[in-house]
Design a protein. Structure first.
Length: 187
């Protein structure tokens, strides 16, 4: 009689063990599936950014940027480089240099120092009013054109239609300016 009690208790314990083993196996399979899903999703995230001073929303990933992002950043960099006076050129240019590709930093810094010296020597100031921005996002290139209003002291010079080409490098989720050059007008 006692043998049957032990046998039923043993069967109950074995059934519980088997139930917990099945539960542990299901948890293991679920963990493997979730791990696989995470690895499949790595690098596919997009971050939607809508800063208050930007006109359009844009997105960036770890390897790409949207055309809207390049357009907005190009307008910002043009503002820093082209809306200058002898008094604010160094601070405007220093801010632009924060976004400069380290391999192009010294070259661009030299150009900006020459421009600041020319502004100071000739008592120049300029204001840039963008008209259009064209973007080639796969090649991280943008062209911005607009009217550049300059003045020497108190005398305003006639506005000029100018076009600049800005090339970028995208590294580690950060946009770096490589070149910022004026293109010759073909008008």
């Amino acid at each position: 009689m006692q043998f049957s009690v032990y046998r039923s208790a043993l069967q109950k314990i074995l059934a519980e063990r088997n139930g917990y083993a099945v539960l542990a196996l299901c948890n293991g399979v679920l963990c493997l599936l979730l791990t696989g899903l995470i690895f499949c999703l790595i690098g596919r995230e997009k971050i939607i950014v809508v800063p208050p001073v930007v006109e359009k929303s844009f997105w960036v990933t770890n390897s790409q940027v949207s055309a809207e992002y390049l357009s907005e950043m190009t307008a910002f960099f043009a503002y820093l480089r082209l809306n200058v006076t002898a008094d604010n050129a160094s601070s405007q240019h220093a801010l632009l240099l924060r976004y400069t590709d380290p391999s192009d930093y010294n070259r661009l810094k030299g150009q900006l120092l020459q421009e600041a010296d020319r502004l100071s020597e000739q008592h120049l100031s300029s204001a840039f009013f963008p008209a259009s921005v064209q973007v080639d996002s796969p090649h991280l290139t943008a062209w911005i054109s607009g009217d550049l209003h300059s003045s020497v002291g108190e005398m305003a010079l006639p506005p000029q239609r100018v076009k600049y080409k800005v090339t970028y490098r995208w590294v580690g989720g950060r946009l770096f300016v490589q070149t910022f050059t004026q293109e010759m007008s073909h008008d």
